[in-house]
Design a protein around this ligand. Structure first.
Ligand code: CA
Length: 514
């Protein structure tokens, strides 16, 4: 079949006649469970996939994701540019780096400056303006909690201190006309949501199941969830397998049963895991939620097919960041450059347009928005504010030229100064790094902008990142990676570039001899 005739840019048109047939713009479903690491996709241990990564995957049961992978382009090296909930969401929605999206830190009441810029052009703004019905289901966590509880105006929606959860009023929903969401709230079996009209719902059931039911209702469209006959964009943001992962309150018992009898030697198969850490019991519950997500994702796909929508729907499965799960001796699941945190699942299925294969493209979070818009035929509508690359030509393999990334930037920000009331002002850009075809490097500074630490890993020969290559003893390698990093920092107009942080390190420490 000649697929080229379906690739006519459809800018501004809902329908276009192509070769005698009528081809609608594709629907897009973007599913991103929180903290779902790439290593927890069971298919990486299957013969076809195992050669594409040099590490062993977790002993997880993910039959639906495995089947989906067989129909998708599976990116082995996609990364989360700033692997933390809120900054990721800001980047995904806007295609902008955190300093421009507005979401620099995890959003909460004591960080009033970290919030999605109300004027930022989001992927949903563009799609809505081009005829799409847009729906958001699940965890948003991209704006500062405000005193705007619809049931109790002038108050926060929760009494937790400091405030984390948030209600998003219609004027801040960026083109999403269907809403069933919350800010952040980590009780997996007692979630709550505010709907399009601002009404709160407490369904008292497993959030992944509940949100899938809502997504299925959106697909069926029996109650006007979306505009009939229009293409749709659905963002589905499950919270699991995010923590907590401590008890049967945190997952479904049927899923836990699959892992209950496994001991640490079976659960922790990665060479960098330390099962003496206090976190070690978490794996069973984490994997249970991985399987819970798998089951519900499978149910969603089944309904998509039953409704006959699968052929013209782009489905993405990814995550906002990974989960270290006892690797590298850290209890912090995310916000680090280690592969378990920085690398994320990224699978994209677009029947008859994107062929199944394993693809090693270094896709960054900034690239997602422009790429999806281009796949929807809206390349000309990609806003100038988007800072990532349109990698649609790579995914489509249609021969169009494309600027393929040779490296991916890593960003870690921490709180800036705190005032007497504990309010955070500005950011402390603690670390920047890059992943290249072969290496991972991170440079970390202290609050006096002095060099604190350099990490360099050879991901070809040391996939578990067990051996930090000495930058002092390998000056040529270090200099070449610094050059790559400096180029990425400049491209991103990052604070490290603007404030000359690398140059200052060279003055003080001879880190860099450019
Ligand atoms: Ca997260």
């Amino acid at each position: 079949m000649d697929t080229k005739k379906y690739l006519v840019p459809l800018s501004g048109l809902a329908l276009a006649a192509c070769g005698g047939t009528v081809q609608e713009k594709p629907n897009i479903i973007y599913v991103f469970p929180d903290q779902f690491r790439n290593q927890s996709l069971g298919f990486w241990n299957e013969e076809e996939y195992a050669g594409a990564v040099k590490w062993t995957a977790d002993p997880v049961k993910t039959p639906n994701l495995n089947a989906f992978a067989d129909e998708a382009a599976v990116l082995s090296r996609a990364v989360s540019t700033c692997p933390l909930s809120s900054p990721y969401r800001g980047i995904f929605l806007t295609g902008m780096y955190p300093e421009r999206s507005g979401v620099t830190l995890n959003c909460m009441a004591l960080r009033p400056e970290s919030t999605l810029n109300p004027d930022a052009v989001c992927i949903s703004d563009v799609l809505a303006a081009n005829g799409y019905s847009c729906g958001y289901i699940g965890k948003l966590h991209a704006e500062v909690p405000m005193k705007n509880d619809p049931a109790n105006p002038g108050h926060y929606v929760s009494d937790r201190d400091p405030e984390w959860d948030a209600y998003t009023p219609p004027e801040r929903r960026h083109g999403f006309s269907y809403w069933y969401s919350y800010g952040t709230y980590d009780v997996h079996k007692d979630p709550h949501y505010w709907d399009t009209d601002g009404v709160r719902h407490d369904p008292h059931e497993y959030s992944v199941k509940h949100e899938t039911d809502k997504a299925i209702a959106f697909l069926r469209n029996r109650d006007g969830e979306r505009k009939d006959g229009a293409p749709f964009f659905l963002a589905l943001a499950y919270n699991p397998p995010h923590s907590p992962y401590e008890s049967l309150d945190d997952c479904m018992e049927e899923d836990y049963e699959l892992y209950r009898a496994m001991d640490y030697s079976e659960l922790y198969v990665r060479a960098n895991a330390d099962t003496t850490l206090s976190k070690a019991p978490a794996a069973r519950y984490y994997f249970a939620n991985v399987t819970g997500v798998d089951r519900e994702f499978g149910r969603l796909l089944e309904e998509l097919e039953r409704l006959g929508l699968d052929k013209n729907t782009i489905v993405v499965f990814t995550s906002d960041h990974g989960e270290t799960m006892c690797s590298h001796g850290t209890l912090d699941p995310k916000n680090s450059i280690y592969t378990e945190s920085f690398n994320v699942p990224f699978m994209i299925r677009y029947p008859e347009k994107i062929r199944h294969r394993i693809d090693s493209t270094l896709l960054s979070t900034t690239d997602i928005m422009p790429t999806l818009l281009a796949l929807a035929g809206l390349e000309k509508e990609i806003p100038e504010t988007a800072e990532g690359r349109n990698l649609a030509p790579v995914l489509l393999g249609n021969g169009e030229s494309c600027d393929i990334p040779s490296a991916a930037l890593y960003i870690r920000n921490l709180d800036g100064e705190k005032d007497a009331d504990g309010m955070v002002h500005g950011i402390f850009p603690e670390a920047r790094g890059v992943k290249t075809d072969r290496y991972t490097m991170e440079i970390c500074i202290d609050r006096d902008n002095e060099l604190k630490r350099v990490l360099i890993f050879d991901d070809w020969n040391d996939p578990y990142q067990l051996h930090n290559i000495s930058w002092k003893e390998n000056p040529d390698l270090f200099a070449s990676l610094c050059e790559v990093l400096e180029d990425k920092l400049e491209e991103a107009d990052d604070i490290w570039f603007r404030e000359g942080i690398m140059d200052n390190l060279s003055l003080n420490h001879g880190v860099h001899n450019k």
